[in-house]
Design a protein around this ligand. Structure first.
Ligand SMILES: [Ca+2]
Ligand SMILES: [Ca+2]
Length: 214
């Protein structure tokens, strides 16, 4: 099954790369790994996420914009008030950590440069990683999943939409990469692992590849 799946997937990558005007030799280098500069991928994936999360497209993510993502998920997934409060608080703490690490004055907005600088500073900081894990836990634990401990494809799509991400291609790619054992569903552990990997890892066979498509 793997070769078929892989060739289909590579075909999709080429198609998407063409649509998105991506430099294919550079993208191809990801799969063969010569001349690969990890920092480029890592930076690029965070810029991709930044642009998705800058909902009003004004070039900065405001604290309010960031907290609205958490509140949107909590409201749409019918979190209890205490669960919503915990999630919004963890998002707020994460935002504060990002802005303070980057030395932003005021601390209530992030631009791409500040985000990248801040993440570079925080990447190897265990306290920051723990903060990131707390955000994931408080976002996932209250979810009423069809099958306990597993996020189905439909649920995964819905979660992205709850956050305000309606880009189906992006969601599909995340799902394909995150489903590490390719069984068509994400265990909660797969999800946590993939998110941590996406955020912090230099692993070039991880979801970091998504960065080349957006
Ligand atoms: Ca904005
Ligand atoms: Ca799986």
């Amino acid at each position: 099954m793997w070769p078929t799946w892989k060739s289909l997937f590579l075909g999709n990558i080429m198609l998407i790369a063409a649509i998105q005007n991506i430099d294919l030799p550079k993208a191809g280098a990801v799969f063969n790994l010569p001349n690969l500069v990890f920092g480029d991928i890592w930076t690029r994936k965070w810029i991709a996420i930044f642009r998705k999360a800058d909902f009003d497209g004004n070039g900065v993510i405001s604290r309010q914009e960031f907290l609205d993502m958490a509140a949107g998920l909590a409201d749409k997934e019918s979190f209890d008030p205490s669960e919503k409060e915990a999630l919004v608080k963890s998002f707020n703490d994460l935002f504060s950590a990002l802005t303070s690490a980057a030395g932003a004055t005021g601390g209530d907005s992030l631009n791409e440069k500040l985000l990248i600088e801040s993440l570079k500073i925080q990447r190897d900081n265990p306290a920051f990683k723990e903060l990131f894990r707390a955000v994931l836990r408080q976002g996932v634990t209250p979810l009423k999943l069809e099958q306990a401990g597993f996020i189905s494809y439909n649920e995964f799509n819905r979660i992205f939409e709850d956050f305000g991400f309606f880009d189906g291609i992006l969601t599909n790619l995340f799902f394909v990469f995150f489903d590490a054992n390719h069984d068509g569903k994400l265990s909660v552990d797969e999800f946590y692992g993939a998110m941590i990997d996406y955020a912090f890892s230099d692993n070039t066979v991880s979801a970091a590849l998504i960065a080349y498509l957006f």
